[in-house]
Design a protein around this ligand. Structure first.
Ligand code: FAD
Length: 329
């Protein structure tokens, strides 16, 4: 039996040809050949196990806020992870979160329990799993700073817990980022160590960072956050000479805010963000990304590297070379 038949036979509720536009914050991309919404922890394990046993390519995503799927879509089983258990031990400051828990919920519930440490990350619209993969962060604080350990599903029935050091957290990266593997390990649960703080102080910090985002980021638009990493390899740049090494600063200097390709345009508020202003295609976004990179390279001899990740089928039909040339589908 082919893997496609096995998926349909063993995974009740699986859909075919689901639009990826509906499952990513940028709203671009083709179709997922097979699509499954994992409503909780057991459901997530079941879906991944079915895919592994069937020999099907699969991918787990969280809120789809750091990825760009190609217009040619995703071949295999795409699993959206909505596992959502969150257990807080106020005494020890430890939190055990399912990988599908929204990061902002984790930070708010921690605050209610008088625990803090991750407030600068409030407002990042991703899940705990996605946050771990890319070691998301802001204002010099990254999620990895608070991770004690995390468990991974490494085969269809084997769960292994790894300490924080195993993940090799770095600036917007971890050992698990950019996996090209067709059967990648899946983050299941994460144990965090937060610090005991006064609830009012934590909530005040959260409000401060929320306000900062409202002022500096094009919230409410279809975006996927920062496109490029800062060449300074840190986001702790406000008020320091490193400001000149921020991707946003460099892009602003070269006039990137004027760029657009189709309905994909650079935000007027933040030169390192792309907005889907209507019916942008993934190819428009990727072409725009190459133009942005090209301008910075021409002017500063700095080659910006993506923070976002390209998923799905990117081949010679829709691949764009570094010079910005590309062949349309
Ligand atoms: C408005 C906005 C603001 C943002 N601000 C910030 C910011 O300040 N700092 C920052 O760092 N980022 C920011 N981002 C980017 C993004 O929100 C974060 O990187 C976030 O952590 C991604 O989480 P996600 O659940 O959306 O991951 P997804 O985009 O769904 O997935 C990202 C990667 O992780 C993998 N993955 C997801 N879950 C699992 C799992 N359980 N097991 C294995 N692999 C998994 C996916 O396959 C994919 O490779 C922002 C984005 C937006 C739209």
């Amino acid at each position: 039996m082919a893997w496609q038949e096995k998926i349909e036979k063993h995974l009740k509720g699986v859909k075919r040809n689901e639009s990826l536009k509906n499952h990513t914050s940028l709203g671009v991309g083709g179709l997922a050949q097979f699509f499954y919404f994992a409503k909780d922890f057991d459901d997530l394990i079941k879906a991944v196990s079915v895919a592994r046993n069937a020999g099907a390519p699969y991918r787990v995503i969280g809120r789809g806020t750091n990825i760009i799927f190609s217009d040619l879509g995703f071949e295999g089983l795409l699993i959206v992870n909505n596992s959502n258990d969150l257990v807080i031990d106020q005494e020890s400051g430890r939190i055990i979160a399912d990988s599908g828990v929204a990061l902002s919920r984790l930070i708010l519930e921690a605050a209610s329990a008088g625990l803090g440490g991750l407030e600068p990350l409030y407002g990042i619209p991703g899940s705990v799993g996605g946050a771990i993969i890319g070691n998301c962060g802001a204002h010099g604080v990254s999620i990895g700073d608070a991770v004690l350990s995390a468990s991974l599903l490494v085969s269809s029935d084997k769960i292994v817990s790894f300490p924080s050091s195993w993940f090799k957290f770095g600036y917007r990266t971890s050992i698990l980022k950019y996996q090209k593997n067709e059967a990648p390990p899946v983050v299941l649960k994460v144990i965090f160590q937060l610090q005991r703080r006064r609830k009012e102080n934590v909530l005040e910090e959260i409000a401060k960072y929320k306000k900062w985002r409202e002022i500096h980021q094009p919230l409410g638009e279809k975006t996927c956050g920062s496109i490029f990493k800062n060449p300074a390899q840190t986001d702790n740049i406000v008020g320091t000479p490193l400001k000149e090494k921020s991707a946003g600063y460099l892009l602003e200097q070269v006039g990137a805010k004027k760029l657009r390709v189709g309905d994909a345009r650079v935000s007027k508020k933040h030169a390192n963000w792309i907005i889907n202003a209507g019916q942008a295609k993934a190819i428009d976004v990727r072409t725009l990304i190459e133009k942005m990179r090209g301008l910075v390279e021409d002017n500063f001899k700095i080659i910006l590297k993506e923070e976002i990740e390209y998923l799905g089928v990117w081949n010679e039909e829709n691949y764009i070379s570094a010079s910005g040339d590309y062949r349309k589908n």
